[in-house]
Design a protein around this ligand. Structure first.
Ligand SMILES: [Zn+2]
Length: 468
């Protein structure tokens, strides 16, 4: 097994490297990742490469048995390169150039940047190809971090136009799919195409993004919503997984798809099969609101999900300016603070209703039986406590039990099962204090080698790998 960390020998005087390597060995590290930000050290002058210092550092590590993952330094084009070719720098949504002085300050589509990366990576590959100390290569570092996933420069616009031509074939098809007739946004020439940059509406109302529907993002923070669902599951001690919509869902007892708004018929078909066979599905507000092309659906919401959820969305209300709406139901009394769908059940059973505002008494959360399974529709966001109770209710009725009970706050337990092997329990104490867990049986901790009866004591931040 490899156990390691990132290491920047270029940050330290060479006399220090032997000490670093010895300390790593003492800490049971056997691999480090190097060089990912060291472009200027490896190519101090254009076309002149210096690998001597890195060779020496790798030799020093080798003496302590530490292997290397070689990072290409492409995340940090050096100052000399940027000064010579300022077009490398990326532009943000407001058209401002993001300057030198950090990292990831380049446009992915810039041909000059690509040419220079090809050169340095080629040199590195030639130099290190046969070095037995190198066990793997890392290509670039942390794609998209610090909001560098999208660039809005001329190169990107050109590439975007080419991609659109290949995708839609004609402007007529593009206009129809994007619904550009809205606010007179129809394009009459390919040269008129823009990137989805900053527009008038964004300053006037943060809840309204004023682009053609084809370029629209939804008004709320999707990642935040996803995190709320994730927290509710994890805080109940359930084991989770994240997967793509194209993978098989048959092995999951419960599938959660919050605000799944782009929808198409083959996904509907697959989800209906999954639930009909006994699966449980959770959908939320903003589900099925759009076609796969991102144009608004003409169907009554939740669009293609309607059959599954047994509900129609009669109206919705986007909450803002700190307004909250009380909701009462299966989880007790809670509040919504982002969004409220007003639901008309068409066969579904009501689990919670709004207890305030003009839609007081209307359905907020429902459950529908579909084949052998169930579909929950959660028409609003909920405060963290209510969300946790609701997820407990849903998971409980889907036959899901946490790997240990009672759960201990701040202790993560993940059950891993593979084919016919015995299941493993990975236990991580994220607390700065000791933790005590009650187990259902006797286990062996593969890390300490100790047998544990029905009680497991963990030191602060300790990890155990249990097998029966
Ligand atoms: Zn760009």
């Amino acid at each position: 097994m490899y156990f390691g960390a990132d290491y920047y020998p270029e940050h330290w005087p060479p006399e220090r490297w032997a000490t670093d390597a010895r300390l790593m060995k003492e800490g049971n590290l056997n691999v480090v990742r190097v060089a990912e930000f060291a472009w200027v050290e490896l190519e101090p002058v254009e076309g002149q490469y210096d690998f001597s210092w890195l060779d020496e550092s790798i030799d020093t590590l080798a003496k302590e048995g530490i292997k290397v993952i070689m990072g290409t330094p492409t995340a940090t084009p050096p100052k000399w390169l940027v000064d010579r070719h300022p077009g490398i720098l990326m532009q943000d949504r407001k058209g401002q150039v993001r300057g030198f002085g950090s990292r990831r300050h380049y446009c992915y589509n810039d041909p000059t940047y690509r040419e220079y990366t090809k050169r340095i990576v080629g040199e590195m590959a030639r130099h290190y190809a046969d070095n037995p100390q190198i066990i793997a290569w890392q290509i670039d570092n942390e794609f998209g971090c610090q909001d560098t996933g999208q660039c809005y420069c001329e190169d990107c616009l050109t590439a975007f136009k080419q991609w659109l031509k290949a995708k839609y074939g004609s402007l007529k098809a593009l206009n129809e799919t994007w619904g550009t007739v809205f606010w007179s946004q129809t394009y009459t020439d390919w040269d008129e195409i823009i990137l989805p940059t900053y527009t008038v509406c964004e300053d006037s109302d943060p809840n309204l993004h004023g682009h053609s529907p084809g370029l629209l993002l939804d008004a709320f923070d999707y990642n935040k919503l996803l995190l709320e669902y994730y927290k509710a599951i994890v805080n109940n001690g359930y084991t989770t997984d994240a997967t793509g919509i194209d993978s098989s869902l048959a092995k999951y007892k419960l599938v959660i798809m919050p605000a799944f708004n782009l929808m198409k018929d083959d996904i509907r078909q697959r989800l209906e099969n999954y639930v009909a066979q006994g699966g449980t599905l959770i959908l939320s507000f903003r589900s099925g609101t759009k076609e796969w092309s991102n144009a608004m659906t003409e169907e009554t919401l939740p669009g293609l999900f309607r059959n599954l959820v047994g509900v129609e969305v009669e109206e919705f209300d986007s909450l803002n300016h700190g307004r909250t709406v009380p909701v009462t139901g299966a989880f007790g009394h809670g509040t919504a603070s982002i969004w409220c769908d007003i639901l008309k059940p068409q066969g579904a059973q009501v689990l919670a209703r709004y207890s305030g505002d003009f839609y007081c008494g209307e359905a907020a959360v429902t459950v529908n039986s579909f084949g052998k399974g169930k579909v929950y529709y959660i028409g609003c966001d909920l405060d963290r406590t209510s969300m946790k109770v609701l997820m407990q209710h849903v998971a409980g009725s889907a036959g899901i039990v946490p790997p240990i009970s009672p759960i201990v706050p701040g202790v993560e337990v993940v059950k891993k099962e593979k084919d016919d092997e015995k299941p493993y329990l990975m236990v991580l104490n994220h607390n700065a204090t000791p933790a005590v867990l009650t187990l259902d049986d006797s286990y062996t901790d593969l890390i300490s080698g100790k047998k544990t009866k029905e009680v497991l004591s963990l030191e602060p931040y300790a990890v155990a790998m249990l097998v029966k």
